[in-house]
Design a protein around this ligand. Sequence first.
Ligand code: ACO
Length: 378
Amino acid sequence: MSQNYSPGLEGVTAGISAVSEVDAERNALCYRGLDIHDLVEHCTFDETAFLLLHGRLPSPGEYGDFLQRIAGQRNPPPEVWEVFARMPASTHPMDALRTAVSLLGTFDQSGSSPQALLAQAERLYAQVPSLVVNGYRILQGQPIVEPDTQLTHSSLFFQLLRNARPAPHEEKALRTTQILYAEHGFNASTFAARVTVSTLSDLYSGVVSALGTLKGPLHGGANEAAIAMLLEIGSADNAVPWLEKALAEKRKIMGFGHREYKQGDERARIAKKSALEIAQRNGFEKWSEIAEKVETEMWKRKGLYPNLDFPVALLYYALDIPIPLYTPIFVMSRITGWCAHIIEQLGSNRLIRPQCQYNGPRNVSFVPMEERKAPHAE
Ligand code: ACO
């Protein structure tokens, strides 16, 4: 076996990036040098998106211009709605979204200059809330809602979903999770995007790769899997017996553990505070009680802490957001992080192409077709 081999690339440094810094030892996370605590405390999600794409926080003038550019591009081309309408009603919104982003790529012939890439990233950022929510509406047989161009990214999600503006505490709670979801180094979906564009493919292809990668329950799909688990547990009394059985069956407990953070995920601690507030305010204490029991028991039995997806699942449930939209909200939040990485990769590209260690058969004799037998054909 090669000395360089690390299953799942664990512990491997596969590139250099100035987009974010994950410091697992200190449980710290910074975007472009700014600590997530400061961003959650002081910034809108739109400011965070600008920060990731442009490398620094905007001045008031730049922020106004950015919001204006975004507001002018909220509506995707109408052909996208026709494609949503032709999908089976059972299509998961993540699959629908992946298809929609791929389609958007066909409408964009602006090329791959640095200015074009930035404009493409801003356009995707502007359109993704409508793609997520109006796409879901179409799958549900509901009419689409016109985006209110005065609203921030986080408020717009609720306006499209409910056809009404959210209460300030709802906007704040969603914004907090969006900022926490916005960027995270060489996570699987970002890495997939970078691998794709490292072949000099286009930005949309990079985002499509990222979308397909985020969907899995070991990554972004964990927030939907975590709420499914809490619903399956159903009562605080059932939490310990349920967990005991699940661990005995070697099931993965969704929303727990992390490749980087072995001493807890600071993002989860911040999101938990919001989740508990909203759960209490909206009468979802039963679910926060179950979540607390699972968290305590997971630490006792496995020494594992929740990752961001666990409190987010409780929070979105308490906000009455439809479960199939949980992972698409992750997309709405991670889109500028992905694009910042794609732009960075293309800015100083080297093809990402690792090796693998062969472990198949060797020296196999060739047998002509007429003499071959299928296994167990006797
Ligand atoms: N439930 C039960 N056991 C777990 C879990 C879990 N969620 N996570 C890790 N473990 C156990 C493993 O079984 C393993 O035990 P063993 O040594 O007895 O075999 C040990 O802890 C080490 O785990 P690894 O799988 O080696 O950890 P890795 O770094 O590869 O995995 C991962 C990280 C994939 C996130 C894992 O913890 C997991 O599957 N979690 C559940 C899915 C999840 O919540 N994903 C969201 C990630 S965060 C995000 O995308 C925002």
